[in-house]
Design a protein around this ligand. Structure first.
Ligand SMILES: C[S@@+](CC[C@H](N)C(=O)[O-])C[C@H]1O[C@@H](n2cnc3c(N)ncnc32)[C@H](O)[C@@H]1O
Length: 254
């Protein structure tokens, strides 16, 4: 529900480091966090990593060195937990390689992990000597396991979600982005209109854009200036939000 966000305006996204900015959010003011933090692997937004027109991929993605991923995850998850209301929830997207650090950080922050969702997508990166990774983990954690929002919109809500990645032809894009369908599903289950939704690692701004479309209030942070500018334009509707078509993509090779 709407309240004061300290120095931040509701329905705004800010340029800066989440580890700093999260501290400035008043405690217990956020209803839901949905986020896809940087990976703890060598990820570069380079055109050769992607089966797409590289010139349209914004560069400068901030990754975290694998050796510091536990410390990084512990810090942001603790700060983010402090911002949640007593009935608040958090969804964290994680590749399998950063998973143990994220799970430990959720536990250490005192959250209860309610579900461990699998997002199965199409077309992982081609491999020769190992299986193709074609899923992400999404950890659904709450502050109080007796009191949290869960709108049971399907009779039998399974924990494996098969959702295609979006392919945005002909548009400038950021190198990683969540499908709007996935964010929409989380918002419908775990928030109500008017709730405040935070994404501390905005990227292209999917969480903020879909929150706005569904009548939720939002706040977001992003450290790369080009991504922040892209997210602002997307949220304000000056660039189209969403894919032009869904087709082949070779993202997410971790
Ligand atoms: C995996 S991407 C998020 C993609 C996003 N979910 C979307 O749909 O476009 C993670 C983002 O976190 C940003 N980032 C990395 N470290 C950050 C920090 N300390 N503070 C804020 N943003 C950061 C990266 O630049 C990147 O854009």
């Amino acid at each position: 529900m709407t309240g004061s966000l300290g120095p931040f305006a509701l329905d705004e996204v800010y340029l800066g480091d989440s580890l700093q900015l999260l501290r400035e959010i008043p405690p217990e003011s956020i209803d839901l966090i949905i986020t896809d933090p940087p990976f703890g692997i060598r990820f570069r937004a380079q055109r050769e990593n992607y089966n797409r027109t590289g010139a349209r991929v914004l560069e400068g993605y901030q990754e975290i060195d694998a050796g510091h991923y536990g410390e990084f995850s512990g810090q942001w998850i603790q700060k983010a937990t402090d911002t949640l209301t007593s009935t608040g929830s958090m969804y964290v997207v994680s590749g399998w390689n950063g998973l143990k650090e994220v799970l430990a950080a959720l536990d250490n922050a005192g959250l209860t992990t309610v579900n461990h969702l699998i997002w199965k997508y199409q077309f992982g990166v081609f491999t020769r000597r190992k299986y193709v990774t074609s899923h992400y983990h999404i950890l659904f954690a709450v502050k109080d396991p007796r009191r949290y929002t869960f709108n049971k919109i399907h009779h039998y809500p399974e924990d494996v979600w098969e959702i295609k990645r979006e392919y945005w032809t002909g548009k400038i894009k950021t190198p990683t982005k969540l499908p709007e369908e996935l964010v929409e599903r989380i918002l419908l289950y775990s928030s109500n209109p008017g709730d405040i939704v935070l994404d501390p690692f905005l990227g292209s701004g999917t969480v903020a854009a879909v929150s706005k479309r569904l009548g939720r209030r939002f706040l977001g942070f992003e450290i790369v200036s080009d991504y922040h500018a892209f997210a602002r334009r997307r949220i304000s509707g000056t660039i189209a939000s969403g894919p032009e078509e869904k087709s082949r993509s070779a993202e997410g090779g971790n």
